[in-house]
Design a protein around this ligand. Structure first.
Ligand code: SIN
Length: 281
């Protein structure tokens, strides 16, 4: 298999063509996919028809599996697959209904957040013939590069505290019961990508509680300003889903947000796998 890259026109979201993940992928094809992924931070592979086992097997090519540690959203029989869905069966949600509605990087609340996530679409909501329920991706690496030098100097070396507990307390899907099991974590606000060496802004809309020695209002203001900068149009790719898409994103060099503009009977169903990562530095 030789792959082709179709640029998205922006800084991330390039499409990889010529891949059938239901068939074995050679090491050299995988190396090309991984290189495109590392260079760009978010890549799209459309038109796939894969089983949970095939998604897990492809995910393992990127490294050891990780799984979402809180709540009961795993696909039955497949702990490594987080179901992201608004569908109810027997009156109960089959997955996480409100995943990623604010700008975030997956599982930033853990000591060792995942390297990357892979989201595979099984059902996509539509309105008047158009798909809805898009996902936005922003490059935290390009956003860092585009900061004024004085801001880079100010931010480098700062640590940020992130609290899952505070966020989980606002939920009513089981996460509120386990939030206290997660101690707050402290990560560098500017982290270095372990593979590319690029500097990336690292924070979250809902979880970041304190930056450096700033007070709460100053922390909120700085987090707000940085997220506005990261998510400005020149750094963002908007993915309009089709059934069979697999989108792979890097949890260091990108952040993302799911757009919740649909409701039952419009159904959305996705399977997410994650690859373990190291401690941010
Ligand atoms: C996520 O944040 O992992 C889910 C994104 C989405 O549902 O589009």
């Amino acid at each position: 298999m030789s792959i082709e890259i179709r640029p998205s026109g922006g800084v991330l979201g390039h499409e990889i063509l010529g891949v059938d993940l239901a068939r074995p992928i050679s090491d050299s094809t995988f190396a090309d996919i991984e290189k495109a992924f590392n260079d760009c931070g978010t890549v799209v592979i459309r038109g796939q028809k894969i089983t949970p086992e095939q998604q897990i097997a492809f995910t393992r090519r990127f490294g050891e599996l990780d799984s979402y540690p809180a709540g009961n959203f795993a696909l039955p029989g497949h702990d490594a697959i987080l179901v992201v869905s608004n569908i109810l069966e027997n009156g109960k949600p089959i997955g996480m209904i409100d995943a990623g509605r604010n700008w975030h990087s997956d599982m930033l609340f853990t000591e060792k957040p995942p390297r990357c996530s892979l989201l595979y679409s099984l059902e996509v909501p539509h309105q008047e013939g158009q798909s809805i329920g898009d996902t936005l991706f922003a490059s935290t690496a390009v956003a860092y590069d585009n900061l004024p030098e004085s801001m880079k100097t100010r931010l480098n070396g700062l640590k940020a505290r992130h609290s899952f507990r505070t966020y989980a307390a606002t939920k009513s899907d089981g996460r509120e019961k386990v939030g206290d099991e997660f101690a707050d974590v402290i990560h560098p606000l500017v982290r270095t990508h372990p593979i590319t060496g690029r500097k990336c802004l690292y924070l979250s809309h809902s979880l970041t509680q304190k930056i450096g020695d700033l007070d709460q209002a100053q922390t909120r203001q700085l987090a707000h300003d940085l997220i506005e900068h990261i998510t400005s149009e020149r750094h963002v790719y908007r993915h309009s889903w089709r059934v069979g898409d697999l989108v792979i994103w890097d949890n260091c060099s990108t952040m993302h947000r799911a757009i919740f503009d649909y409701a039952l009977p419009q159904r959305r169903r996705m399977h997410r796998t994650t690859v373990a990562g190291g401690r941010p530095f």
